[in-house]
Design a protein around this ligand. Structure first.
Ligand code: ADP
Ligand code: MG
Length: 675
């Protein structure tokens, strides 16, 4: 992709900053808004604060030096006078404001000391018969050093020379009541006055829907082709003997749920195949994903290969180590532990055991898999809480083996529309039920003023042998303040509940210190655990049945759901208390209502998607997957369904058109989606 007309290197650099690399990109660079310059307003009729166009003659112009250097001119039409003022200007502008000259002046009028004035209006010297534009004037997102006027000219040029022909066969759009591609672009760049351009957000404009649909199709093509390319690669088939997996299942104190069994079968079948698995295992918090990951590791070992498990935090990695250790060691399987707290000698030993193949499973945080870890023969990589990882980090791991199978675990359920769009290159298994015997968590919204009652409840629960979490809020601006809040809360609770053992865990602690505290909590030596949000992900202490979250209004929906999921894991009746502080913003009120009314992770994720867009859920996906600029999968659900349905058929029957479509929409970026 490139420009088919001359563009200076300086301008090119700025266009690249905007992500514009060629004609098609410029044509697809849509306005933020439009200005109506199709009508001339008499100076007498100008209203302060309103954008307008006047045609007036220059009376006089001068450069003033007080209070600072500025160019001030007075202009007039038949109805009145107006001051125009420039704080930055070129000498040529002074020249262009010669008395007697007729100008077309566009800007926003405001009341000044000397009557109405416009600051930095756009001025154009005209003849009395110079026609007015017939269409609205677009205003584009731009960058420093690239004026609106220059960018507008570049887009105009691109709109003339770019190939705006249809890329896909007409049947693609059959019955959809949408304009053609070129027509849609023209309608958005240069809307007719009166036909007020439907706002970009509402998504109702047929022109915008057409672009959204094309974009969704491009995304489908790109992700499906990436998936096909991957299917051409070979992975080691991990043939199950059933020996180890059966032994683990026999030793578990529970039976798999139907949903777990189904997910396990899907994964097991993939692992036995020669295509590299890229499967996302999603299930609500507490649905039992870990045991499925463990079974997958065992199948890798049965197939004669190694497995690795990466977790986003040391606490979680440590928990996996303990859990898997307790399951695997009786089966005679060695684990290697990669933690930042290891001594150099321990670390060297762990790496050696991984490289020699003595360790069948390696557990650690992703950071530890970055540097110099060599596997003897890695067959499976499990990535827990996949949305917390960067794509690069995942790739770094996949380069460790030939082309290992990958299983990604996600505790944040991915709404169907997202699974169908951004995740279309992955296979998805879903655990849609919780293990039996879970007591539902009762959620209570409690005003911050009722602390005493809550303290009494904590005391009662802990004295009966239960345990509780007390989560302190995250204060974005300062990690120091966060820490202080946690320290203060810890001291306060310890003072008010002297009969309890109150522990503290926060992000600034050394990994070893964190582990010690978590182990003590796990062993019920700590009754009440005060923490910052470090416990958000994955911590599993079934005996804990009370969760208190301070300033719940500051947390995101999925964060609250994750935190609440730390309780309700044992037989004890569980309660989650959300302290909030008035006044609540509209958004905070909605979040608290959703979390109070729903305990279904899928519904909560959908609400989150509507409230905040897909950013959070995508996390890692952002750098590797074509992002959507025009389409919104939740809003444009109908378009997405159709794109997903048409995608495979178009790829199969119209490969060339599909390639042209991808080139137009993604250009260089279409190559990023693989992996
Ligand atoms: P998550 O999906 O959030 O990672 P975990 O894998 O940590 O959930 O499982 C939560 C708890 O449920 C663990 O203590 C686990 O041993 C237990 N568990 C998993 N599957 C079952 C089951 N089928 N029946 C009963 N308990 C189960
Ligand atoms: Mg988990």
């Amino acid at each position: 992709m490139s420009f088919s007309f001359p563009v200076s290197p300086a301008v090119k650099t700025r266009l690249e900053k905007l992500g514009l690399h060629g004609d098609a990109d410029l044509a697809l660079h849509l306005p933020l808004r439009w200005e109506d310059e199709t009508r001339v307003t008499a100076i007498r009729d100008l209203l302060p604060g309103q954008a307008a166009v006047v045609q007036a003659q220059v009376i006089e112009a001068e450069v003033l030096y007080r209070p600072r250097r500025q160019l001030v001119a007075s202009v007039a039409d038949d109805s009145g006078q107006l001051i125009i003022r420039f704080l930055n200007f070129y000498p040529s502008q002074v020249q262009s404001l010669k008395p007697g000259r007729l100008l077309r002046i566009a800007g926003e009028a405001r009341g000044g000391f000397f009557g109405l004035e416009m600051v930095h209006p756009r001025c154009q010297a005209i003849q009395p018969d110079t026609p007015l534009p017939e269409r609205l004037t677009p205003v584009y997102p731009t960058t420093a050093g690239l004026s609106q006027a220059s960018l507008r000219k570049l887009v105009d040029k691109a709109m003339q020379v770019a190939d705006l022909a249809e890329t896909l066969p007409a049947e693609t759009y059959a019955g959809m009541d949408m304009p053609g591609f070129a027509e849609a672009l023209r309608a958005l760049h240069y809307p007719e006055p009166g036909v007020a351009p439907a706002s970009m957000e509402s998504g109702e404009s047929p022109a915008l829907r057409r672009l959204a649909f094309d974009e969704l199709l491009a995304q489908q093509f790109s992700l499906r082709l990436a998936r096909e390319a991957r299917a051409q690669k070979r992975a080691p088939p991990l043939t199950p003997t059933g020996e180890l997996t059966r032994a683990l299942l026999a030793r578990l104190p529970f039976k798999l749920t139907a949903a777990q069994t189904q997910a396990w079968q899907e994964i097991s079948r993939d692992l036995a195949g020669t295509r590299p698995m890229r499967r996302l295992l999603q299930g609500d918090v507490g649905s039992g994903k870990t045991v499925i990951a463990a079974l997958a590791c065992l199948q890798a070992i049965e197939g004669g290969m190694q497995a690795a498990i990466m977790a986003p935090t040391e606490i979680l990695a440590e928990q996996h180590l303990q859990k898997l250790g307790s399951w695997f060691e009786p089966l005679g399987i060695e684990l290697a532990w990669l933690a930042s707290a290891l001594t150099p000698a321990q670390k060297k030993q762990a790496l050696a055991r991984i490289e020699s193949g003595a360790a069948r499973v390696a557990v650690g945080t992703h950071a530890l898999f970055q540097k110099g870890v060599k596997f003897h023969n890695l067959g499976l990589a499990v990535v827990d809480e996949q949305h917390r990882f960067g794509v690069k980090q995942r790739l770094a791991l996949s380069e460790k083996g030939a082309e290992p199978h990958q299983l990604m675990l996600s505790a944040t359920p991915i709404p169907r529309t997202l699974a169908m769009s951004y995740f279309a290159d992955l296979d998805v298994s879903t655990i849609n039920e919780l293990p039996p015997g879970r007591s539902p968590v009762t959620t209570k919204l409690v005003a911050d003023t009722r602390r005493d009652e809550v303290l009494q409840r904590v005391r009662a629960v802990c004295l009966e042998g239960g345990q509780a979490y007390w989560v302190c809020p995250l204060i974005e601006e300062s990690e120091k303040v966060d820490l202080q809040t946690a320290l203060d809360t810890h001291a306060m609770l310890q003072a008010q509940l002297p009969e309890l053992n109150v522990g503290l865990v926060h992000g600034r602690m050394k990994p070893a210190e964190k582990q010690t505290v978590m182990a003590a909590f796990q062993a019920n030596q700590i009754n009440l655990l005060v923490s910052t949000t470090v416990i958000e992900v994955g911590v599993d202490v079934p005996n804990a049945s009370l969760m208190i979250i301070e300033h719940a209004e500051r947390f995101g929906l999925s964060q609250l759901h994750q935190l609440r999921g730390r309780v309700g894991r044992g037989a004890r009746e569980s309660v989650c208390i959300l302290f909030f502080q008035n006044p609540l913003s509209e958004d905070a009120r909605t979040r608290l209502r959703v979390i109070y009314e729903s305990s279904d992770g899928f519904e909560i994720a959908r609400q989150d998607l509507l409230l905040r867009g897909p950013g959070e859920l995508l996390g890692a996906r952002q750098s590797g997957v074509p992002m959507l600029r025009f389409a919104n999968p939740e809003r444009d659900r109908d378009l997405l369904e159709r794109a997903a349905q048409l995608g495979p058929r178009l790829i199969e029957q119209h490969a060339e058109q599909v390639a042209a479509h991808l080139e137009r929409w993604l250009g260089a970026r279409s190559k990023l989606a693989a992996g």
